[in-house]
Design a protein around this ligand. Structure first.
Ligand code: ADE
Length: 253
């Protein structure tokens, strides 16, 4: 997959994209990320890429010329172009999946007060937000988006399954995880995880996921229930049990 990222701060990306899962995906040729400096395309003699907003107000707005030229140069025509912005659709698993199916897409990162609206309109950009808070620029948001999309590309995760079982993907929050040692400072691991009975372990994980989701994310639980997942008899019994329990108070954890 090819991703072109247009930014005024290209140096922010190197450390993140060179490490861990993203770094390995790039080395293996699965992911080809091209970070493009918008400033390289400005025709302004002071290399400016932004200006004060018409109508007044604080901050600076990205001017059309460098953005249009950079978008043309990376071949954004006809491709999905995302603009990272707190006004956008909230990034979720469904959006990440739809992007993971693309061969190539483009991301524009804005800074300060944003970009001239003509850039967004003319390039039919999809505005994408990573949450209801304001970052100082779209760069961190673009890194979050690329990371979550990359994990869904076949071959990027060493273990093909580990992307599938996690939180939100299955519709429930992920169950608690434990590793060695079995005892640490008097703290132990739930007994069920040692009995070798995979069905019992699965049922414990399912119950744990359900409880967490009910406690923390009522919205996800409602979606999960509306999706009418096919459950075994034992799973159904656990689900009914958890649903019939009175809600836990915040400080009971
Ligand atoms: N730019 C500034 N804040 C943002 C956010 N929450 N999501 C995406 N891009 C942003």
């Amino acid at each position: 997959m090819k991703i072109k990222i247009l930014t005024q701060f290209p140096d922010m990306f190197g450390p993140v994209f060179g490490e861990s899962i993203l770094g390995r995906a790039a080395e293996n040729g699965i992911l080809d990320i091209d970070v493009v400096n918008i400033r390289d395309y400005t025709k302004d003699k002071h290399r400016k890429t932004d200006d004060s907003p018409y109508g007044g107000g604080a901050g600076m707005v990205m001017t059309p010329q460098p953005a249009f030229d950079a978008l043309s140069a990376v071949g954004a025509e006809g491709k999905r172009v995302l603009y990272m912005s707190p006004r956008g659709r909230i990034l979720d698993h469904a959006l990440a999946q739809s992007l993971a199916a693309e061969e190539e897409f483009v991301i524009l990162c804005g800074h300060y007060e944003g970009v001239d609206q003509r850039i967004i309109d003319a390039w039919r950009m999809e505005e994408v937000s990573i949450g209801d808070y304001i970052l100082s620029g779209g760069e961190l948001a673009a890194m979050v988006l690329v990371d979550t999309v990359a994990r869904l590309i076949p071959g990027v995760l060493g273990n093909e399954n580990s992307g599938n079982e996690e939180s939100v993907y299955s519709g429930l929050l992920e169950y608690d995880q434990y590793t060695k040692p079995r005892e640490y400072g008097g703290l132990s691991v739930p007994e069920v995880l040692f009995n070798g009975n995979h069905e019992l372990i699965h049922l414990w994980q399912f119950e744990n996921s359900l409880r967490l989701t009910k406690q923390r994310r009522q919205d996800l639980l409602e979606k999960y229930l509306a999706n009418h997942k096919i459950l075994t008899k034992k799973e159904k019994k656990i689900l009914d049990n958890v649903l019939s329990e009175p809600p836990k108070l915040e400080d009971e954890d």
